[in-house]
Design a protein around this ligand. Structure first.
Ligand code: NAD
Length: 488
């Protein structure tokens, strides 16, 4: 088998281990892939190091680098159907959502393909006629790119596109659960003409194949998307050699609804905010906060519609959301709900696996609403990353802001209000990397994405996404060198 890409060569794992990839919707076998470990990771880093130190890519001008990214965008668009299918089989996600994810990847490669030509350095006024000062951008070096399983292709593209645009070489380690589109994307990079050794792919579990990337002295930067606990480990490992780190971590995202919001639209979005992809979205609006005067009616409407959500596999066109990624993850979600109930939350719907025999082979969990939640409960402190909505109430704008910010996380969230001034005021007081006003979930390649507080240290997308993968250097040139004569 040849699923790892190292130094331009497709190869198997050194220890010849393999892993079965099974669709979480029904347990069917999707693929058997190579499973690498520390030795494979070390070889991949050595290949990326050599390609950075001696290969042409870091010294290729921005124009041709951008052209290559635009070719990749075209190739991803060409293979949209196959990529979406592969993504759905690995993740269990609805095919329609996977198709949107492929569009997202295309847009990302196009954006950085174009941006890299315009985001050049600058000339600085030196205040003298005899010196020229330039600030230039250079690649950071060898980047370890580590990604999770919930939106594998976009998450990989958000790292690969800016890393390549900036002229880096990289080793990609996707989630061991969802490697298919990472393998496919690497094949497209090769087809687009990327020089050998620039893109390297290692598959395998985090502690075995990912951790060795995070403390390898030949790695200059770690860009990691995943859970908070893993992020802390990655940051600690990277500290040994003071690597640049860009972390995109967990969230517990408030969706704040004021009484003057458009009721029907806010209810509708409250459902997509949390139940899309069964809540396995880092920015899921899993924390609904509703103003007192509309609280009961609002929650009633959300619960009524949540009960009617149709579950099903990726190719079931009637399905509105799908399974969780694994049995282990479903067990974690069940434990999360049990902890909430033990702390006094009220179960309004869901809380169990569906009893439909057609879903028995998948890791499904019913859309769940817990109301009566309040500060101090573990369900408000922790991310479930499943289809579980917690509900809190608030009495005033100040209280809404205080409660929404009362978390270690700061990834994303929304405010719903018919009062534009208030919506803007609240949005500016929320300590979140992204705030939607009267909307939930949209995301643009041109606008930065990333968390405040413990939701991360980095920025993806937008010009800030490119800046993550660049060093900035000041070059001063004396055009008329003369002795200074200080120590004459
Ligand atoms: P995870 O932290 O378990 O794993 C993420 C990746 O890290 C995987 O590739 C895994 O194999 C690898 N890994 C695990 N241990 C490692 C180690 N010690 N060293 C190096 N790599 C290691 O996360 P997950 O369960 O795959 O993904 C879900 C989490 O990701 C959620 O918490 C979610 O909020 C977060 N997420 C965040 C964003 C964002 O933009 N902020 C986006 C998507 C997902």
């Amino acid at each position: 088998m040849t699923d790892l890409l190292i130094g331009g060569r497709w190869t198997g794992a050194i220890d010849e281990r393999t892993r079965e990839i099974r669709c979480p919707a029904d347990g069917s076998l999707v693929a058997v892939v190579d499973e690498g470990g520390g030795k494979d990771a070390a070889e991949a880093v050595a290949a990326a190091r050599q390609a950075f130190d001696q290969g042409p890519w870091p010294r290729t001008p921005a124009g041709p680098r951008g052209d290559l990214l635009l070719r990749v965008a075209d190739l991803v668009a060409r293979d949209k159907d196959a990529l979406a299918r592969a993504e759905s089989l690995d993740t269990g996600k609805r095919l329609a959502e996977s198709r949107l994810d492929v569009d997202d990847a295309v847009a990302c490669f196009r954006y950085y393909g174009r941006l890299v030509r315009t985001e050049t350095g600058r000339v600085v006024d030196t205040g003298t006629a005899h010196a020229v000062s330039r600030v230039v951008h250079e690649p950071v070096g060898v980047c370890a790119l580590i990604t999770p399983w919930n939106c594998p292709l976009p998450q990989t593209s958000w790292k690969v596109a800016p890393a390549l645009a900036a002229g880096n070489t990289f080793v990609l380690k996707p989630s061991e659960l969802t490697p298919s589109t990472a393998i496919a994307l690497m094949r497209l990079l090769v087809e687009a003409g990327l020089p050998d050794g620039v893109a390297n792919l290692v598959l395998g579990p985090g502690p075995e194949a990912g951790a060795p990337l995070t403390d390898n002295p030949d790695v200059d930067m770690v860009s990691f998307t995943g859970g908070l606990r893993t992020g802390r480990r990655v940051m600690a490992a990277a500290a040994g050699t003071v690597k640049r780190t860009s972390l995109e971590l967990s969230g517990k995202n408030p969706n704040v609804v004021f009484a003057d919001a458009d009721f029907g639209t806010a209810v509708d979005h409250a459902l997509t905010a949390v139940f899309r992809h069964s809540g396995q979205v880092c920015s899921a609006g899993a924390r609904l906060m509703v103003e007192d005067s509309v609280h009961d009616a609002f929650v009633e409407a959300v619960v009524h519609r949540a009960r009617g959500i149709r579950l099903g596999g990726p190719f079931d066109e009637q399905a509105q959301t799908g399974p969780l990624i694994s049995a282990a993850h479903r067990a974690r979600v069940e434990a999360y709900v049990a902890a909430g109930l033990a702390e006094g939350a009220r179960l309004r719907c869901g809380g169990i696996c569906p009893d439909d025999p057609a879903l028995a082979d998948g890791y499904y969990f019913l859309p769940t609403v817990l109301d009566g939640c309040h500060s101090g409960m573990s369900v408000l402190a922790d991310e479930s990353f499943g289809p579980v909505l917690t509900v809190e109430r608030f009495a005033s704008e100040d209280e809404a802001v205080r409660l929404a910010n009362d978390t270690v996380y700061g990834l994303a969230g929304a405010v719903w209000s018919g009062d534009e001034e208030r919506a803007r005021r609240v949005a500016s007081r929320l300590r979140l990397g992204t705030v939607w006003i009267n909307d939930y979930h949209p995301c643009l390649p041109q606008a930065e994405w990333g968390g405040f507080k413990q939701s991360g240290t980095g920025r993806e997308l937008g010009p800030g996404g490119l800046a993550e993968y660049r060093e900035t250097k000041h070059i001063w040139r004396n055009t008329r060198p003369r002795p200074r004569g200080w120590f004459a």
